[in-house]
Design a protein around this ligand. Structure first.
Ligand code: GLP
Length: 261
């Protein structure tokens, strides 16, 4: 796991944008994993700017989102399928139908979860997964207690996650759904490269646990310690509790340029 401490979210967006652009240069039909939440927005802004400048194309790429609320109607603005369309995929040149997410409106939820796993597999798996992290260490919607071997399934959101996300629902906790569909931890672990972004002091404990805590279902992101290629991009505030922060800084400063992320 590589920890990179950067000055601000623009620098995070730029470095993650470099990694996505380099991937699409060498593999135009790459499969991207997309996360919702506020943390990846600088990455999407950076990629949209590169697309506007003619520096990257998503025309042959495909994408899979991580998770979805259960029960929000198709037109609801906070449905993750609509959020990712608005925040990113509609701003670049993905072909219609090339971006998929779990179906939170399915009548047969287990079948929808199974077919989502099969769709990711049929696409050849995710080449680069963009991830955020919740304040309680969740990734996607794998809340504390999630099986480290979990696959796409229905989950109940913790009260903390619903409180954290109430800002997207008029600050009204009652409007935040209680259930979601989410890629499992084992599903996410199959991505070839994971780029996790975190900013702000409220993520500092989760980032510390992610990189330096014991691997545990209590902090689901810690499973990433078992992944061979994870890049964690954080600002100074999110790095505030890292015990080895100086070592990470020295390592990144000495990193050979050719290595990329
Ligand atoms: C939600 C999403 C996660 C995201 C998390 C943190 O729970 N399902 O994918 O990582 O929020 O969001 P934010 O980046 O807005 O703090």
């Amino acid at each position: 796991m590589e920890i990179i401490i950067l000055p601000d979210s623009d620098a995070i967006g730029d470095l993650a944008g470099d990694a996505v652009t380099a991937l699409l240069d060498r593999k135009p039909g790459a499969v991207l994993g997309l996360a919702t939440g506020s943390s990846p927005l600088p990455v999407y802004d950076n990629l949209a700017a590169r697309y506007d400048a003619g520096d990257v194309s998503f025309a042959q790429a495909r994408a899979f989102t991580l998770d979805e609320y259960v029960g929000l109607d198709a037109g609801h603005p906070e449905r993750y399928a609509n959020v990712i369309h608005k925040e990113f995929t509609s701003r670049v040149d993905f072909e219609p139908g090339s971006v998929q997410g779990p179906n939170g409106l399915a009548t047969d939820i287990p079948a929808a979860c199974q077919s989502y796993e099969e769709a990711i597999h049929a696409a050849g798996g995710v080449d680069l997964q963009i991830l955020g992290i919740g304040t309680d260490g969740h990734i996607a919607f794998n809340e504390p207690g999630s099986s480290l071997a979990s696959r796409t399934r229905i989950k109940t959101l913790t009260r903390q996650t619903r409180i954290d996300n109430a800002r997207f629902f008029d600050d009204d906790l009652d409007q935040v759904p209680t259930q979601c569909l989410t890629q499992g931890l084992a599903t996410i672990m199959e991505a070839r490269h994971i780029v996790l972004v975190a900013t702000g002091q409220n993520k500092a404990e989760a980032v510390h646990q992610l990189a330096e805590g014991g691997v545990s279902a209590l902090w689901p992101a810690t499973i990433l310690q078992h992944h061979p290629h994870v890049s964690v991009l954080v600002d100074e505030a999110a790095a505030g509790r890292l015990q080895l922060a100086n070592y990470y800084r020295q390592t990144y400063a000495a990193k050979p340029v050719w290595q990329g992320l």
